[in-house]
Design a protein. Sequence first.
Lengths: 344, 347
Amino acid sequence: MSTTTLEAVTRGRIRRNRRRWTVLTVLALITATMFSLSLMLGNTYYPPGDVLRVILGETVPGASFSVGTLRLPRAVLALLVGLCFGAGGVTFQTMLRNPLASPDVIGITSGAGAAAAFAIIVLGLDEVGVSVFAIIAGLGVALIIYVLSFKDGVAGTRLVLIGIGIAAMLDSATAYVLNQAGQWDLQNAMRWLNGSLNGSTWDETIPVALALLVFGPLLLTQARNLSMLQLGDDTAAALGVRLERTRILVIVAAVALIAFATSASGPVSFVAFLAGPIASRLLGPRGSLLIPSALVGAILVLTADLIGQYAFDTRYPVGVITGVLGAPYLLYLLVRTNRAGGSL
Amino acid sequence: MTHAETPSGPGVATPRRPARVRLAWLLAVLAVLLVTMVASVAFGSRIVGWSDITAALGGANETLDQAAVIKRIPRTLLAVAVGAALALSGTVMQGVTRNPLADPGILGVNMGASLAVAVGIVTFGLTTATDYIWAAIAGAAIAAIFVYTVGSLGRGGATPLKIALAGAATSAALASLITATVLPRGDIAANYRSWQVGGVGGATWESLEHILPFLLAGTVVCLLCARPLNSLALGDDLAAGLGERVAVARGVAALGAVVLCGAATAIAGPIAFVGLVVPHLCRLLVGLDHRWLLPFSALAGAILLTAGDVAGRIVARPDEIEVGIITALIGAPFFISVVRRQKVREL
């Protein structure tokens, strides 16, 4: 009897592990494919060989400029921003135990975006200054939302609603900053309203890469504690999680990822919100969603940017595409949860 | 705000206010509105004295000051009209949905109107203000029905959280669609930008003329719905027991609200939170009876929007801040305080 139970448990674990690795491999492959495609496709098609030679530093007539100077920073930024939004989003969703509590719904992205727009347009700061501004604003918004939703403990619904209110306020602050910009630059405005990768250079890409290198691993070290937090504070504490330390580390790391990504590409709509739920549907309930969500985020941004650039007559910023695709999913989630009678 | 401690919100009993108190409040609100309107013609990048205002109102247009006043009159009237329309619309929406967070901005109705106008201009080549208004009303109606349907599916009906989320999601999708619609047309995109913030700076007598019939019609419908709204506040079953045709009452009241906010949005752009803030404040002043609440909300909305417009002109002199930004900055904290006052299970 006990052996069969043991066998069943072991078999289940092996099966889930196998599924996890399969999903992770597939996601990584899709990410790599989309990344390569965004280097190859464009006004002129360059075969993989040319692209590879450019990346390795050889000079290929034509390709060196198109791929090396135009497409590579853009594709790398898309990849990084997607990873950041995916990881940051699922961290908040896991920590607050609510799929709706993603940083773009509860206003943290809006805060970072408003601050970054202000720092660039009004103060004229460089990339580092902008990122610092964005992080401070993101942390500030997180703190404000937490404090405001505290009333006999923090209830998820209240936090989400307060976040929506804060987001509305911050979005209008962004609109104001954009209006302050003497000259109306549509491309620039698109970046802060919807999120856009147009005109991205290495200057914007490098800070995001550094942020991911520092805060990504930090978040990964907390992944286990984070999953235990999902069991509830008391259980997690009993399992040896140092609640406050974990929470602070996780919030700082997640906000930093979101803020750096937002100050480079603007608030790309719904990526942070979508990545987590998609990853969790692919993987099932077990295990940390951090890496799969980051990959899903990268796939979303890379794919949406390709669609936005080449699928229509007009080039659309990436945020318009993710916004149009993402909102129906949010509504679907809402309807599905409602039907099932579950509580949000 | 001596009544700040009084509980408010639909479903919470507020002591009946004596008619005398209400009448006093009415006079006070009218006086404030008048003062605000005077301030609105007096203040701006150029501050105009009393003598020039009266002279300009009498038709004189000789000095720069008088010219400024003449330019500010349609703007003031538009602010009054749009503020009243949005507040009335918000009050009716809160009554119809029995939802303290209902507001044309939060429900995504404004964005529906915006998208309809954008699509109308780009795809169907609409050019006249009246066309815009019809398009906006149609878009507002579709968005309102959509958001309400999505938000009320499933158990528990239309809770504030579900409605607010459905509204936020719809707004985000609509915003992306609007960008997608206007982006290929640079000429429209530039216009759209100033309109999308929400403001009354571009007011002319002509735009007032176009919007007025719609606003009047919507106002009449909404005011006529005062009694049915009072019944609806008691709950659907009780309202039906009182002889109210619940579905009809809801439909008619919602239609009035949609016409008001659609028309207001067509002219002034999406202005959020006026419809949220005003009814809550007015309930503190005059109680829950919609026969008083509706006209009061209209007046208070007019005050809020006009005062916000004046503030936007004073704060950033000689520049100005669009009133849509001011109302969001004032309104969002208010929204949060309403959320905080609700019990969790009511969300």
